[in-house]
Write a protein that binds this ligand. Structure first.
Ligand code: HEM
Ligand SMILES: [Cu+2]
Length: 631
């Protein structure tokens, strides 16, 4: 049906509901989630190639694949990519797709803002990567320590400052949007303590983002001003202080670590109960320990700075606060163990990856507690021991869990399964490759191999373990390739997945796979934690749960909105697609180039116009087409 022309914006309103333009202009949280996922996965492949370059360079002494300068760019871009362009947006992909479904909502609170955060993230990432072709990529490490990050004469670190400000804008508006969605859009009966753990951890993550990103943004502006406009915030010879950067950076950077890991905690807490066929053990503890981690995470930043000469009092205080944060983390691990304890466990792929994430995270967590012992950290800091530690945490914890999430929710998102057989093969390749790649780095670190060194002398006896590590990295690459092939192959299968292939517990499994555009034909009414599961199983007199109806077939509950074609409700008004989010986001990199390069300064005001004019048009454009009847 066509929409009568009541044009209020500057452009004719987009109409396409399929094809390329429908994806460009979409404001549907599910499509935005898919866009986030595909983009983050593409960056994961790029970051992975960079990792392989690093590992080939380090596989033998005196290697010459990369020179020192290229090596600096590659490891810096690898770190930036994995943190800001892979793990964060991959988590956003799942939050965007799942949070509205899990809380029984039709969309996020601000659908166009949601599209804006995706495009700003994509353009920010492309902007940073364009530096490779425009004078050199950032080369000062993902944490950009001054004075090097200020004095380096190439444009790389200017790209770093501007690019991270852009992706920071994307994350901030995305976080506000998702937080408001959870706080305001829950279905009737979905009280806070009936929310799935993934939603809870999502909420804590959004708060961490909202409170920590402004700090790094200020720090990045100061770095940018130092580099481009001659201020001296971080220049010691002119009265500035490089340690100021370290404090501001880690005041953001440590909470950031939890921004990377809390989504994984949520994923694990949702997957384990389904495959252990038991409710999550100690749900309230999982929630409160997540909140506690969020709070304490802001009080431990200086454990990244023990060796900077803060003095014994500060070192001790931050050492102790760091040990304390291990407590709520340990609580979670016990909850997970309690959940699988005596469970009726199915070792399906999502379960394998979730268990792998827990195991690897425990190893990374233990070496993290070792770092909180100040004298030990003096020895370990800036060696490969640290590199081993953080890969066990963010690769072991986050990436394993995110793969688990992909296997778990794939049938919901695409209506098709990923092959279980291939999934298990992929899991074992990842587990073996991962441990071979990063396990030896503990030893290399203790042998004194320094971090970020681009080559080493044969006489140091570091070669064997480095070779093992490189072989491990290639096994990881094989695992990722297996996933990619399996993902593509899944689209060869017919789209015929049932609503609830895993016998799961949360609301998203009550609607069709994939869900209709409006998610639920009728807004679900929630009466329990794990409400969907309680609709499938009833308690007998002796406290056992048995399926309704006998035989275990999932109940057909029309109340939860099976969207089979013509029962499409006519009173559901969904926000219409819009050009303005992508247009306005496009202004950000244009403005950025004008700031990075003096020669094209005029791009700055032009970018500002591209940024602002569509915002006004957006504000004047009604969110829902007044006469839309198509839905
Ligand atoms: C095939 C998998 C991977 C391999 C072989 C690998 C290897 C490495 C190596 C050798 C370094 C250089 C360490 C240094 O000199 O400081 C490094 C840095 C880093 N990696 Fe990875 N990595 C992999 C995957 C990941 C993933 C999945 C993440 C995050 C989720 C990640 C995050 C980082 C970070 C943050 C840095 C620090 C960069 C910097 O210091 O600027 N890596 N990686
Ligand atoms: Cu930290």
């Amino acid at each position: 049906m066509t929409v009568p022309a009541k044009q209020t914006g500057l452009l004719r309103r987009p109409r396409a509901s399929t094809g390329f333009w429908s994806w460009i202009t979409t404001v549907d949280h599910k499509r935005i989630g898919i866009l986030y996922g595909i983009t983050a996965f593409a960056f994961f492949l790029i970051g992975g190639v960079e990792a392989l370059l690093i590992r080939v360079q380090l596989a033998q002494p005196e290697a010459t694949l990369l020179n020192a300068d290229q090596y600096n760019q590659v490891f810096t871009m690898h770190g930036i990519t994995m943190i800001f362009l892979v793990v964060m947006p991959m988590s956003s992909a799942f939050f965007n797709y799942l949070i509205p479904l899990m809380i029984g909502a039709r969309d996020v609170a601000f659908p166009r803002l949601n599209a804006y955060s995706f495009w700003a993230f994509l353009f920010g990432g492309l902007f940073i990567y364009s530096s490779f072709f425009l004078g050199g990529a950032p080369n000062g490490g993902w944490f950009g320590y001054p004075p090097n990050s200020v004095t380096d004469p190439t444009v790389g670190m200017t790209f770093y400052a501007v690019g991270l400000i852009i992706t920071g804008i994307a994350s901030t508006v995305g976080a506000v949007n998702l937080a408001v969605t959870v706080l305001n859009m829950r279905a009737p009966g979905m009280s806070f303590f009936r929310m799935p753990p993934f939603v809870w951890m999502g909420l804590v993550t959004q708060f961490l983002l909202v409170f920590s990103l402004p700090i790094i943004t200020v720090a990045l502006f100061q770095l940018l001003f130092d580099r481009r406009f001659g201020t001296v915030f971080y220049s010691p010879d002119a009265g500035g202080d490089p340690l100021l950067w370290q404090h501001l950076f880690w005041l953001f950077g440590h909470p950031e670590v939890y921004i990377l890991i809390l989504p994984a905690f949520g994923i694990i807490s949702d997957i384990l109960p389904v495959f252990a066929r038991k409710p999550l053990f100690g749900y309230q503890f999982v929630v409160f320990s997540g909140i506690a981690i969020g709070f304490i995470g802001f009080g431990v930043w200086a454990h990244h700075m023990f060796a900077t000469g803060m003095g014994p009092v500060a070192n001790t205080a931050f050492g102790i606060s760091t040990m304390i944060i291990a407590i709520p983390t340990g609580v979670k691990i016990f909850n997970w163990m309690g959940t699988i304890w005596k469970g009726d466990i199915r070792f399906a792929s999502p379960m394998l990856f979730a268990l792998g994430a827990v195991a690897m995270f425990v190893i990374g967590g233990l070496s993290g507690v070792m770092h909180s012992v100040v004298p030990a950290d003096y020895q370990q800091t800036d060696t490969y021991f640290v590199v081993a530690h953080f890969h066990y945490v963010i690769f072991g914890g986050s990436i394993f869990a995110l793969f688990g999430a992909m296997y778990f929710w794939w049938p919901k998102v695409f209506g098709r399964m990923l092959s279980e057989r291939v999934g298990k093969v992929q899991f074992w390749f990842l587990l073996v490759g991962f441990n071979l790649a990063f396990g030896p780095m503990h030893i290399l670190g203790l042998q004194g191999m320094s971090r970020r060194i681009y080559t080493y002398a044969e006489s140091l006896n570091l070669t064997a373990w480095n070779q093992a590590s490189t072989i491990g990295a290639f096994i990881i690459a094989v695992s990722v390739a297996i996933f990619l092939v399996s993902a593509i192959a899944s689209f060869r299968r017919p789209k015929e997945m049932s609503n609830d292939p895993w016998d799961a517990r949360t609301l998203e499994w009550s609607t069709t796979s994939p869900p209709p555009e409006y998610n639920f034909a009728k807004t679900p009414v929630v009466t329990h934690l794990d409400d969907f599961w309680h609709k499938k199983y009833v308690e007998t007199e002796d406290g056992e749960y048995v399926p309704v109806p006998a035989g275990g077939a999932p109940v057909h509950d029309p109340g939860h909105g099976e969207g089979d074609g013509d029962d499409v409700p006519h009173d559901v008004h969904l926000p219409s697609p819009s050009y303005y989010p992508i247009l306005s986001a496009l202004g950000l990199p244009v403005l950025g180039y004008g700031i990075v390069f003096e020669g094209v300064w005029w791009l700055a005001p032009l970018g500002a116009v591209i940024l602002i004019v569509p915002l006004f048009a957006w504000a004047l454009e009604p969110a829902v087409e007044p006469s839309a009847e198509e839905h």
